[in-house]
Design a binder for this molecule. Structure first.
Ligand code: NDP
Ligand code: 2IT
Length: 451
C-alpha cells in the first residue's frame, strides 16, 4: 500500500474524527493524502500554512427537509444536501445526485473530489456537490416535478451564477434540471441561465453537454493509449452502467473502432458478443426507464444477462474497462480478474468506482489506470463552457464545443502525465491528477489569505 507521509497523519486523524461514520469521505481524502507526501517534501509551506487541513474542510454544508406529495396524496419527506466545498477558483460547481444511498458523507466525498477535478479543467470553478436520498425509480413524471420543485424551494437561496452552480449526476438529467430551473426562475423572478448547467437547448443549455462526460472519458483513454504507442481501434471494451456517462462513452468507443460487449445497471449486466446495440440500450434506459435485462429479452441469441450478485461485469474479458456507474463498484477481486484477462486500460467515468485495493492492484500491474477526477472531468468542463455561453449570451455549434472538450481532456492528460514525471512517478496518473489539482487550488487559497 502507498503510505501516508507521517507529517500528514495528524491531519488525516482529525478528518476521521471530525467526520465520523463517513467512510467514502475518508476514502477520498486518504487517496489524495497518499499523493501529497511528495508535495510537502518539495514545498513544505503547503503544510506549514495549514492549506492541507483547510482544503479537507468544506466551506459550508447545508442539510434540509424536502417535503412533497406523491400520486396517492401521501406526504413524503426526503433529505436534501448541498456541500459547498471550496470556492478558491470560482463559484462552487458540481452535480446533484438523487439516489436512496445519498447521505452527507457521500456528498462530501463527491464535493472533495470535485474540487480537484474542477481545478484540473483550468476553468474558473470551485467545488461542490448536492443531492437527496430521494429514489426516482418508478416515480411518475408529475412526482418527479413536484419533488424537484420542493428541492429547489429550499436550495434556491443558497445558489446563484456567482455563488454556486449545480448540474446533474446520478438520477438527475435534463428533465430534472428543467424542473429545477423552472422553479428557480419562478422563485427569484430572474432568468439567470448561469445558475444551473445541463439545461435543455431550448432554454440556455450547451450543445454536447449530455455527451461530454462519456466523450471526454474516451478522449482521455485515447490520449493514454497514444502516449504508449497504442490506440482504441480494434479493442474489446466493457462499460459499466447504462446511464448518461456510460452511453456516450460507448458511442465514442464505437466511433473509434472498439467493440463494446457489455454494460449494466443496478439489476445486473448484459453481454452482447457481437457488440452492443447502443440505440436499444438507450431506448430501454432513457425512453422506457426500464431494466437492462430487457436487452437480452429483446435481442436473444448471442446475448446473455447476469443478475446482480451472481457475477460482476468485470468477469467479462476486455482490453478497455470503463466503470461508469457508481462508487466502489470495482473491487480488488474484480481488478485481479481484469488483469488476468489482459486488460490494458481502466479509466473511471464514475466518481471513485474503484476501491483502494483495486486501485493498488491496477497501479502495481502494467494497466493504464486513470482516476475519475481526471478522466471524467469532461462533463464539468463542458458545464463551464455552458456558463461561458450563458454569460456571453452566445450558443456554440456542436463541433466547436466538442473540439474545446477534446482540447481540455488532452490537456488534463498531459498535465497529469507531466506532473507524475516531475514528482518522480512517471505513468502514475493518480499521483499526477492529485498533485496538479491540489497545487492549483492551494496556490489560489494562499493568495486569498486565511478565509
Ligand atoms: P445516471 O443516473 O444517468 O446513470 C447511472 C447508472 O449507474 C445507471 O445505469 C444506474 O443503474 C447505475 N447505478 C447507479 N447507482 C448504482 C448502484 N448503487 N449500483 C449499481 N449501479 C448503479 O448517472 P450518470 O451516468 O450521470 O453518472 C454515473 C457516474 O458518473 C456517477 O458516479 C457520477 O457521479 C459520475 N459522473 C457523472 C457526470 C455527469 O456529467 N453526469 C460527470 C462526471 C462523473 P440503475 O438504472 O439501475 O439505477
Ligand atoms: O461529477 C461530476 O463532475 C458531475 N456530476 C458534473 C458536474 C457539473 O457541474 O457538470
Amino acid at each position: 500500500m502507498t503510505r501516508i507521509d507521517e507529517k500528514l497523519e495528524p491531519i488525516l486523524t482529525t478528518v476521521k474524527e471530525r467526520n465520523a461514520g463517513e467512510p467514502e469521505f475518508h476514502q477520498a481524502v486518504i487517496e489524495v493524502m497518499e499523493s501529497l507526501g511528495r508535495v510537502v517534501a518539495k514545498h513544505p509551506q503547503f503544510l506549514e500554512e495549514g492549506l492541507i487541513e483547510r482544503i479537507c474542510e468544506p466551506e459550508r454544508q447545508i442539510i434540509f427537509r424536502v417535503p412533497w406529495i406523491d400520486d396517492q396524496n401521501q406526504v413524503r419527506i426526503n433529505r436534501g444536501f448541498r456541500v459547498q466545498f471550496n470556492s478558491a477558483l470560482g463559484p462552487y460547481k458540481g452535480g446533484i445526485r438523487f439516489h436512496p444511498s445519498v447521505n452527507v458523507g457521500i456528498i462530501k466525498f463527491l464535493g472533495f473530489e470535485q474540487t480537484f477535478k474542477n481545478a484540473l479543467t483550468t476553468m474558473p470553478i470551485g467545488g461542490g456537490k448536492g443531492g437527496s436520498d430521494f429514489d426516482p425509480k418508478g416515480r411518475s413524471d408529475r412526482e418527479i416535478m413536484r419533488f424537484c420543485q420542493s428541492f429547489m424551494t429550499e436550495l434556491h437561496r443558497h445558489i446563484g451564477e456567482y455563488t454556486d452552480v449545480p448540474a446533474g449526476d446520478i438520477g438527475v438529467g435534463g428533465r430534472e434540471i428543467g424542473y429545477m430551473f423552472g422553479q428557480y426562475k419562478r422563485l427569484t423572478n430572474r432568468y439567470e441561465a448561469g445558475v444551473l448547467t445541463g439545461k435543455g437547448l431550448s432554454y440556455g443549455g450547451s450543445r454536447a453537454r449530455p455527451e461530454a462526460t462519456g466523450f471526454g472519458l474516451v478522449f482521455f483513454v485515447r490520449s493514454m493509449l497514444e502516449a504508449h504507442g497504442d490506440s482504441i481501434d480494434g479493442k474489446t471494451a466493457v462499460v459499466s452502467g447504462s446511464g448518461n456517462v456510460a452511453c456516450f462513452a460507448i458511442r465514442k468507443l464505437q466511433k473509434y473502432g472498439a467493440k463494446v460487449v457489455a454494460c449494466s445497471d443496478s439489476s445486473g449486466y448484459v453481454v452482447d458478443e457481437g457488440g452492443l446495440d447502443l440505440d436499444l440500450v438507450r431506448e430501454i434506459k432513457e425512453k422506457r426507464r426500464g431494466r437492462i435485462s430487457e436487452y437480452h429479452r429483446i435481442k436473444g441469441t448471442g446475448t446473455y444477462f447476469i443478475e446482480a450478485g451472481k457475477g460482476a461485469i468485470w468477469d467479462v474479458p476486455c482490453e478497455i474497462a470503463l466503470p461508469c456507474a457508481t462508487q466502489n463498484e470495482l473491487n480488488g477481486k474484480h481488478a485481479a480478474n481484469l488483469i488476468r484477462n489482459g486488460v490494458r486500460v481502466v479509466a473511471e467515468g464514475a466518481n471513485m468506482p474503484c476501491t483502494p485495493d483495486a486501485v493498488e492492484a491496477l497501479r502495481r500491474s502494467h494497466v493504464l489506470y486513470a482516476p475519475g477526477k481526471a478522466a471524467n472531468a469532461g462533463g464539468v468542463a463542458t458545464s463551464a463552457l455552458e456558463m461561458q455561453q450563458n454569460a456571453s449570451r452566445d450558443s456554440w455549434t456542436f463541433d466547436q464545443t466538442v473540439e474545446r472538450l477534446d482540447e481540455i481532456m488532452t490537456n488534463i492528460h498531459d498535465v497529469c502525465a507531466e506532473t507524475a514525471e516531475e514528482y518522480g512517478a512517471p505513468g502514475d496518473y493518480v499521483l499526477g491528477a492529485n498533485i496538479a489539482g491540489f497545487v492549483r487550488v492551494a496556490d489560489a487559497m494562499r493568495a486569498l489569505g486565511v478565509v
